[in-house]
Design a protein around this ligand. Structure first.
Ligand SMILES: C[S@@+](CC[C@H](N)C(=O)[O-])C[C@H]1O[C@@H](n2cnc3c(N)ncnc32)[C@H](O)[C@@H]1O
Length: 261
């Protein structure tokens, strides 16, 4: 794995293999270890209503940890992702599980229509252009009455902690704007409904980070501040202040799900 560290993390997730796989792995692992990361993922897993022997798919599965959780819940679970690097890591990590992994684009899933009882996607629609095509594809591979679930942040809720300043605001703005779809969280019910998913339900879970290390791993704060430092040297002062103070950040995760008509 080789990294191109100057690239903003959200751009990296659009094409992990061509950009910064090691940084992406560190970010994914950090989130899976955070109590709040585990909490929202537990809510999403429960909403899938998996039963022993059911079939389940995680679209854009990354390192496959959620696929392994679905196996542990009794499902015959499959993960699909467009990153060969992440899938190789997923296969090694979950070799002892019955989870299987496929290299696939979320807009063209290599599965027959109606193959799965439950299909999910987690924090990937924020990175993919035309997310409506992904949600439609997720609904296609779900059987009638099966569950389709999306869990995404809405970056309109992003909190960058520390005292307010124009520079902090700029760092926050640049981070939000580095996403393909920063406002995806609020769009989820509409996307599901347009894809033929009804009986919609939703839940919101706050995803906070505490301390510089995890805030930076998840929200790429140092890179964003350093990028601005060319034009605004005081960005480095802001960074020092943030790092040595009570560094924290957070975003609201929106989980939206329903049943295919
Ligand atoms: C932020 S990660 C989330 C991974 C995983 N769902 C999780 O919760 O840990 C975003 C994932 O989307 C994948 N991805 C991005 N664009 C994709 C596409 N068009 N098709 C399939 N996967 C895609 C990336 O490779 C990456 O694994």
């Amino acid at each position: 794995m080789t990294d191109t560290p100057s690239l903003p993390l959200p751009l990296g997730f659009r094409d992990v293999d061509a950009t910064a796989p090691e940084q992406c792995v560190r970010c994914l692992d950090c989130l899976h270890q955070l109590p709040a990361g585990r909490a929202y993922k537990a809510r999403a897993l429960a909403a899938l209503q998996l039963v022993a022997g059911c079939t389940a798919l995680d679209v854009a599965c990354g390192l496959g940890d959620d696929v392994a959780q679905m196996v542990a819940a009794g499902a015959r679970a499959v993960g699909a992702d467009r990153s060969r690097t992440l899938l190789t890591a997923a296969e090694a990590r979950h070799a002892a599980s019955s989870a299987t992994f496929h290299l696939a684009d979320a807009k063209a899933l290599p599965f027959a229509s109606g193959s799965f009882d439950a299909v999910r996607i987690d924090r990937a629609l924020q990175h993919i252009a035309q997310p409506e095509l992904v949600v439609r594809e997720m609904a296609r591979v779900t059987r009638r009455g099966g569950v389709v679930l999306c869990a995404e942040p809405d970056w309109g809720t992003f909190l960058l902690g520390g005292p307010h300043s124009a520079l902090g605001e700029r760092i926050q703005h640049d981070w939000i704007r580095s996403f393909e779809n920063p406002w995806i969280g609020r769009a989820l019910p509409g996307l599901l409904s347009a894809a033929g998913v009804g009986e919609l339900q939703r839940e919101e879970v706050w995803l906070p980070t505490h301390g510089f290390a995890e805030s930076d791993l998840l929200f790429d704060i140092e890179a964003n501040a350093r990028k601005l430092a060319g034009a605004f040297p005081e960005a480095l002062d802001w960074l020092d202040h943030y790092r040595s103070g009570e560094a924290y950040a957070g975003v609201l995760m929106l989980i939206s799900w329903g049943r295919k008509h």
